[in-house]
Design a protein around this ligand. Structure first.
Ligand code: ARG
Length: 376
């Protein structure tokens, strides 16, 4: 058994100062790219003194915003990076209790959703300090659906979140009286005081789209839906040596994320067999390509439903073109654009999209600022 972490102390009990070199490297980048009125020399001195005295330093609001935007720009798996400069950054570094983080996360959702006119938004909560880890949100995203495993091994809901659903349940969460396929999970948040609590997401902070198909009237009867906003909440943001463990961020969905993965992966909702049966396809052999045909109709339904509901959603063809614009712009600015091909190429019609036919700069795990892999 792993001993529980004492509150107010890092896991190994050590005091952790900010790495001066990482701070300087970030400030140089910030000054080179944004050319602020103040002098770099002066700022470097200030930060060096602050770190010597307190073990850490405080970003200015402008540094924080720039750092978060560049962390997005450096995200090798994201096809939507053309818009990196438009990221809206909500500075909530003074917020470190679980109650207030929940409340600010709900405000984040309301402020980004805007009835479907989604805008890319990030909220930064309190950072780690030399004496204690910062707060953290345990959910992978602010909005996710529960998965319930029944005695016969089948899963109701999203199989990806069976373990997390069990975790919050053992923590006291009560699923709805009659559990369904799309029950929103509560937020599980640990404050900087080490205290963990659950919070149900209020209905007015969530927009969901009921799915229908442009030609199949029966599609709506399947009762499928998805939430409008994908908001990643468990990737620490690192800027200039400072780690912000709770910094939820969102863009808007790409059609295939929902239609060709969440609803179709065999270890997610696995809905292609049901869809193919309703379409009357011959499923006796993979060679009839019933999966491929059903997949296209699933993604069409997702796109159609979001479009009709007036909820912003990208399509894989357009986003592919825009990503190549972004790569060209980065090159023109004298920068590389690291990208992971297998994440950039959409999970359907790969070769029909322009991003398929390109090689990209190797991702560099040490590139900063960055969003780090989730801590488990
Ligand atoms: N693929 C994830 C999901 O389906 C979302 C990842 C972030 N996507 C985005 N468009 N910003 O929930």
């Amino acid at each position: 058994m792993v001993p529980a972490q004492r509150s107010g102390e890092h896991r190994d009990g050590e005091r952790r100062s900010v790495d001066l070199y990482e701070a300087l490297e970030f400030l140089e980048l910030y000054y080179t790219e944004t050319r602020p009125a103040s002098s770099l020399e002066q700022r470097l001195h200030q930060v060096r003194d602050e770190i010597a005295e307190t073990g850490t330093y405080r970003h200015t609001n402008a540094e924080l915003t720039f750092g978060a935007r560049v962390a997005w720009r450096n995200s090798a798996r994201c096809i939507g990076r053309l818009y990196w400069q438009s990221l809206r950054v909500r500075d909530r570094r003074h917020v470190d209790t679980s109650e207030r983080i929940a409340d600010e996360s709900f405000r984040h959702l309301r402020g980004t959703t805007r009835s479907g006119q989604i805008r890319s938004t990030l909220t930064v909560f309190a950072p780690d300090t030399p004496d204690r880890p910062g707060p953290r949100i345990h959910n992978e995203q602010l909005l996710r659906y529960a998965g319930y495993r029944s005695a016969d091994g089948t899963v109701l809901g999203d199989p990806r979140y069976v373990d997390f659903t069990e975790r919050v349940s053992s923590f006291g969460w009560q699923p709805p009286a009659s559990p369904g396929r799309f029950d929103l999970l509560p937020l599980m948040i640990t404050g900087a005081d080490g205290h963990t609590q659950l919070f149900d997401v209020p209905g007015d902070a969530v927009l969901e789209v009921a799915l229908s198909h442009p030609e199949f009237p029966w599609f709506a009867e399947l009762g499928l839906r998805w939430h409008a906003v994908p908001a990643i909440s468990n990737m620490p943001l690192v800027i200039g040596g400072i780690r912000y463990p709770a910094a939820p961020f969102n863009g808007w969905y790409l059609n295939t994320e929902i239609g060709a993965r969440n609803l179709t992966d065999t270890d997610r909702y696995d809905l292609l067999p049901e869809l193919a049966a309703r379409m009357g396809l011959d499923t006796s052999s993979v060679r009839t390509m019933w999966r491929d045909r059903a997949l296209v109709e699933m993604v069409r339904a997702v796109q159609h439903s979001f479009d009709t509901a007036g909820v912003k959603m990208a399509d894989h063809h357009t986003e592919s073109e825009r990503f190549l614009d972004h790569v060209a712009r980065e090159k023109a600015a004298g920068r590389t654009c690291p990208a992971e091909w297998s994440w950039i190429v959409p999970p359907m019609s790969g070769g029909l999209t322009t991003v398929f036919h390109q090689d990209y700069d190797q991702p560099n795990p040490h590139l900063r600022p960055a969003f780090l892999p989730p801590q488990l």
